[in-house]
Structure formats: C-alpha cells, structure tokens
Design a protein around this ligand. Structure first.
Ligand code: CA
Length: 227
C-alpha cells in the first residue's frame, strides 16, 4: 500500500510518515500543494492524507483533482473546525476528516477503514457487520444484539444498512437523508434525529451515551468500526 502524505508542518509530517512506515505502508511525502499534485498525478497512490492549510494553496484543490480519479480515498487532516467546511469536504468526496490535534493511533485506525472501503461503492461490497455484540447481515435482512434478534422497522433498517456500508466512516446528514429517504429529503434533518433515536433505543445499552452509533456534531453519524 502506497500512501501520499501532504503536510507542510515538518515535524508532524515526519511523525506521521514514521508511524505509517512502521505499519508497513510505503509513504510518499509532499510539503506543498504543488508537490502533492505532482505526486498524486504521477505516482500510483492508494490513499492520500491531506492537510488543508498549505503554503501555496488550499488542499481542497487536490481533493477536486482527485475526485475524477475514482477509488483513491482522501483523509483530510486540518486544524479547521468549521462544521460547514467538514460537510462540504465530505460531500465533495473526502473519505474522512480528522481535526488536529489527533492521536497517531486514531489516524492509523481511520487509514485502515478508508483502505478497506477503497474502490467499493456504498451500495455494494460490505453486507455484514459484527462488533461488540451487534450483528447485522444485510443480505439476510437480519439484526441481532448479543444473539437475540432485533426487530427494526423498514426505515430503521435502511438507515442502519447505510451506516453499515460505510462502517467506521462519518456519513453526513445530507448523504444519509438522500440515501435513506431520497434526494428531495436532504433538508429534513429531524427525520434523522427521530430515527437515530429509535435505533439507539434498540441497539445501545444506554441510548444517552451511544457507544455504537456516534454523533459527529453538526456533520453526521458514524457506526463504530474498531476493526
Ligand atoms: Ca498546514
């Protein structure tokens, strides 16, 4: 697996590149947008870790350039907190978003998830989920919690299925609403709140302290995937 790390902070670049190399990845590094663009164009990379604030431009430009090349996941790392921007980048095709400072362990976990989903459409591939006593089999339409079958309504099942297909990754409100209810429902975030509450009531030990169906404040939801 060949990774491209675009980060202008020298110390952070070295720390992350070392950690990735220890995990067995081949790592290419770029300290600027132009360098990143050139490497992304000419080297065959499996995944890009992308900083946004670069000396010669915004990392978002590289995301735009990569969008046309399907199957190369992009993990954005940025100090920028703004929810609006996170949503825009995720909807623009970024696979995930980590706000600095983050732990190296967290980055490596997100890398594994992104690489596992690489090149797979959200409507294919992942059909099973089994973590922490929750088992979901999308093909068989079966959900079980600690071995006991759980009855879900059709909408609850579609919502859970959408999260299973992107397990470990944040899915934006807009993506969930479009995929579960339809493109004309992308503003109806109250549907999501309602159905997520119902799912949590059925699948979480304590729905007020969710351990599986996590909220990404202002952005969306993530089904835990600890690998
Ligand atoms: Ca930077």
């Amino acid at each position: 697996m060949k990774l491209l790390l675009v980060e202008d902070d020298r110390e952070l670049r070295r720390t992350l590149a070392d950690a990735m190399a220890v995990e067995g990845y081949e790592v290419l590094t770029a300290a600027s947008l132009s360098e990143g663009m050139a490497l992304a164009r000419h080297a065959d990379v499996d995944l890009v870790v992308l900083d946004l604030g670069l000396p010669d431009g915004d990392g978002e430009a590289l995301l735009d350039a990569l969008r046309h090349r399907q199957g190369t996941p992009v993990l954005v790392i940025s100090a920028r907190q703004a929810e609006g921007q996170k949503i825009r980048l995720l909807d623009a095709g970024a696979d995930d978003y980590l706000v600095k400072p983050f732990s190296v362990g967290e980055l490596l976990a997100r890398l594994r998830v992104a690489l596992r989903h690489r090149g797979t459409s959200v409507h294919a591939a992942v059909t099973r989920y089994a973590q922490g006593g929750l088992e979901v089999d999308l093909e068989a339409h079966r959900v079980a919690l600690h071995g006991e079958p759980v009855h879900l309504t059709p909408t609850e099942f579609r919502l859970l299925a959408r999260l299973v297909r992107s397990a470990g990754r944040v899915v934006t409100h807009r993506q969930l609403l479009a995929d579960v209810w339809g493109p004309e429902f992308t503003e109806h975030t109250h549907y999501l709140r309602l159905y997520m509450g119902q799912l949590r009531a059925k699948l979480e030990a304590d729905p007020t302290e969710p351990q599986r169906l996590l909220t990404e404040p202002g952005v969306g939801y993530r089904l835990v995937d600890t690998d």
